[in-house]
Design a protein around this ligand. Structure first.
Ligand SMILES: Cc1cc2nc3c(=O)[nH]c(=O)nc-3n(C[C@H](O)[C@H](O)[C@H](O)COP(=O)(O)OP(=O)(O)OC[C@H]3O[C@@H](n4cnc5c(N)ncnc54)[C@H](O)[C@@H]3O)c2cc1C
Length: 400
């Protein structure tokens, strides 16, 4: 019988997959260190995001569910609307599964980092990986500051623009601009009625709005603004927030949704300019080579509208650790890919249409509204149960 051979791991990237992979590895008896490119905390300023029931289950497998769930606000469904606020379709949770949790990304990062450190796992900041050398005995990471680190394996949890993905496969595909810039904010004292735990998504005449108003009159909103010319995250941050807020408000002038109320209530310092939305091709052909392997968005990034990116990343981080617990690294990487690839690629396939609809012109939006009405009639929540109902049995042994 083959036995495990991994005692130490370098985890590149301190986003969501990285710290969770490190904690899952610790639970599997493997010592991991996280290396994050940013000097402060990771790039955590990114608005609200959902942790789906499948992501919550994966968090439970490493004892994080009870810590992270209270950060969220339950989200029991999604109502799709047109520019006039008319309901196009509604998607509820499949019966019997817990609600999605809507969390503020900054809260998630703060809690995740605190817990990683509380468990005695080192997170090193200002460590941008630039190269890695794989030998028979181990793998050495080279960072932009000239330092190095060596361990048995290296895990690329470095996101959609992954360096590790290119080190594993120089021909690996990269992300492409989706034609949208994303913004978000949290506001207090909204006069819009509570959306009763549902996220409303409105295909406006000129931009896409998502909003959820809570019973205490606080609200979160996000906007996807069509912007055909490609733009970098740094460029979007150069425009003052006041200017963005004025522009966003003008884009919703003809819509009959709460967009202008919510945007008008947003102080410039509270506006989060998330930046350009990027799409990955559905398939990253190579997930591992030698002692290096990918986890999270570097291997499988669904559309940002899918609400599944973080949850799939958490699932993969836990499953990778489970495989390394029971198998030598090469067999573990193969078992991990076999476990994960069919599921993540199916989720990606079934959710990619959403960004293209948001970036569509007026004619495209009319067609999309018709499709939504039809889809809303034929689509039953049970059809999505396979996405949400995924369970990880941490104690089940993994075989090659
Ligand atoms: C606008 C938007 C909205 C979204 N909404 C949702 C949602 O509602 N629900 C959901 O589930 N998902 C959502 N997602 C997707 C979700 O954010 C990602 O799937 C998730 O963050 C992936 O986690 P990760 O750890 O793989 O990558 P990331 O969170 O991107 O983390 C990667 C980390 O690696 C670091 N890094 C990069 N390169 C290097 C390097 N060379 N060396 C060292 N460190 C490096 C980065 O600084 C970063 O901290 C959304 C995404 C976007 C863009």
């Amino acid at each position: 019988m083959s036995t495990r051979d991994t005692r130490t791991a370098l985890v590149i990237g301190g986003g969501i997959a990285g710290p969770i992979a490190a904690m899952a590895l610790q639970q599997a008896g493997i010592e991991a260190t996280v290396f994050e490119a940013y000097t402060g905390t990771a790039d955590g300023k990114g608005g609200g995001m959902t942790i789906a029931p499948n992501g919550q289950d994966a968090l439970d497998a490493v004892g994080l569910g009870e810590l992270l769930r209270p950060l969220g606000v339950p989200m029991t469904g999604i109502v799709m609307q047109d520019w006039a606020g008319r309901r196009l379709a509604e998607f509820g949770n499949p019966p019997g599964v817990p609600p999605m949790q809507l969390v503020w990304r900054a809260d998630l990062y703060t809690t995740l980092y605190g817990e990683t450190e509380r468990r005695g796992i080192r997170i090193e900041h200002g460590k941008r990986l630039v190269d890695a050398v794989d030998t028979a005995d181990g793998v050495t990471a080279h960072f932009a500051d000239g330092t190095t680190a060596t361990a048995d394996i290296l895990i690329g949890a470095d996101g959609i623009r992954s360096t590790v993905r290119t080190l594993i496969d120089p021909d690996a595909p990269g992300p492409s601009y989706a034609g949208l810039i994303s913004f978000g904010a949290q506001v207090q004292g909204s006069t819009t009625p509570s959306t009763r735990s549902k996220m409303n998504m409105s295909f406006g005449k000129q931009a896409f709005l998502g909003y959820q108003v809570l019973d205490d009159a606080s609200a979160i909103w996000f906007v996807n603004l069509p912007h055909p010319e490609a733009v970098s995250a740094a460029e979007t941050k150069q425009t003052p927030s006041e200017e963005w807020l004025r522009l966003l408000s003008s884009k919703f002038a003809d819509d009959r949704t709460p967009a202008r109320e919510l945007i008008g209530r947003t102080a410039p310092e509270d506006l989060i300019v998330v930046g350009p939305v990027e799409n990955m091709p559905p398939r990253v052909p190579v997930w591992s080579r030698g002692r290096m392997v990918l986890v999270g968005d570097s291997a499988h990034a669904p559309s940002s509208s899918s609400g599944q990116g973080a949850s799939l990343s958490i699932e993969s981080a836990v499953e990778l650790a489970r495989c390394l617990r029971d198998l030598p690294h090469q067999e573990a990487f193969a078992a991990y890919e076999q476990l994960r690839r069919p599921r993540v690629e199916r989720v990606i396939r079934e959710t990619t249409h959403k960004n293209s609809a948001k970036a569509a012109g007026p004619a495209g939006r009319v067609v999309f509204a018709m499709m939504m009405r039809l889809f809303g009639r034929i689509n039953k929540p049970e059809k999505m149960a396979w996405v949400f109902d995924h369970r990880i049995d941490w104690n089940a042994p993994v075989t090659a």
